[in-house]
Design a protein around this ligand. Structure first.
Ligand code: HMG
Ligand code: MG
Length: 297
């Protein structure tokens, strides 16, 4: 039986949030359109966060207003608090993501509050979303390591993931924010987390700073995960994790998964073209090995 893997394309949000120069809204929308045309069915479109904290996401409402009319594609957005949630829903969001962290220092730097305070901020978002019929995904950052505190205990990451799941998040995405994980540390994380959250409700969100993201996906797939986040052309980095690079490139992820016999619904040629196109738009080298190889043929 062919396994199906759900991909969450985070390029337009995680991939672009750290770009130093403003990316025109029209380029963001063209990227989203191309990703949908390539077969991605879940595309994180933008973030309803403070423009003082993340200026690149200041055009959230314009992005939402210009999304392609694709009922077959989900366009979740980040919403860290009620202000973000209300603005997201007013802009038409049907799915949001709340984001916490497994380390106190990262929580403070990223969302300006402690882990416990973040849960207090998320509670009314969960209640409003339940009332409005809005789906909520949860993220846990720094599941393996924190840029300020170093190694993070698997039990600590598992506890935060369990809290988000218990609050009602339909899925919890495990963020190796600084890409420090290896298959060994990721499997230790998954073992601790799967004891508290069903594997079917977990996603892998691996940044590629140390070049381990594909290996970490392969190990997680072997463990049973069937949802992965990725960024076309490997775009990205986190504004609050200095030196961290982008997510695993979607092209590399798809090449790996198709090689493992899994179905993703993604057209590798259209995806490679999209990765090359956005890299040119941003004046960046294409961060996908598989994408570059495909285009060189
Ligand atoms: P705060 O300063 O603590 O918020 O920010 P506050 O409630 O004290 O309000 C202060 C001001 O911010 C007020 O404005 C609010 O109206 C405004 P003022 O009265 O001073 O003019 N404000 C907002 N404005 C727009 N949208 C909002 C919002 N909330 C308050 N939602 C806040 C708290 C969370 C807003 C802030 O810290 C923030 O925006 N942080 C940005 C975090 C972020 O986007 N990080 C990157 C994404 S997370 C990530 O990349 C990790 C992930 O990929 C997984 C992984 O890899 O690990 C998901
Ligand atoms: Mg990330």
């Amino acid at each position: 039986m062919t396994e199906t893997v759900r991909l969450v394309e985070v390029g337009p949000r995680d991939g672009l949030q750290n770009e130093p120069d403003p990316v025109p809204t029209a380029v963001k929308l063209e990227l989203i359109r191309r990703l949908a045309d390539a077969g991605l069915r879940c595309i994180e479109a933008t973030a309803f966060v403070s423009p003082k904290w993340v200026p690149q996401m200041a055009d959230q409402a314009e992005v939402m207003a210009g999304l392609p009319a694709r009922p077959d594609v989900a366009f979740p957005v980040l919403a860290p608090n009620m202000k973000g949630y209300e603005a997201a829903v007013a802009a038409g969001a049907k799915e949001v993501a709340i984001f916490g962290a497994a380390s106190e220092s990262f929580s403070q730097r990223n969302i300006n509050c402690s882990i416990a305070e973040s849960m207090t901020r998320f509670a009314p978002v969960m209640a409003a979303a339940a009332r409005d019929g809005v789906r909520v995904r949860g993220y846990v950052s720094c599941v393996v390591a924190c840029p300020y505190e170093g190694a993070v205990a698997p039990a600590q990451a598992a506890a935060v993931a369990a809290e988000l799941h218990a609050m009602g998040c339909y899925e919890v995405s495990l963020g190796d924010t600084i890409g420090a994980g290896t298959p060994a540390s990721v499997l230790a994380l998954l073992e601790a987390t799967a004891a508290r959250v069903p594997v079917a409700a977990l996603a892998g969100h691996y940044h590629d700073t140390y070049g381990m993201a594909v290996a970490n996906v392969a190990a997680s797939y072997g463990f049973g995960l069937r949802v992965f986040d990725s960024s076309v052309a490997g775009l990205g980095g986190c504004p609050y994790a200095k030196g961290a690079t982008g997510n695993v490139a979607t092209e590399d992820l798809v090449y790996l998964l198709h090689g493992l016999g899994a179905a993703t619904g993604v057209d590798e040629d259209a995806l490679a073209d999209t990765g090359a196109w956005i890299s040119t738009q941003l004046g960046r080298a294409n961060g996908s090995r598989a994408g570059r190889a495909r285009l060189a043929k």
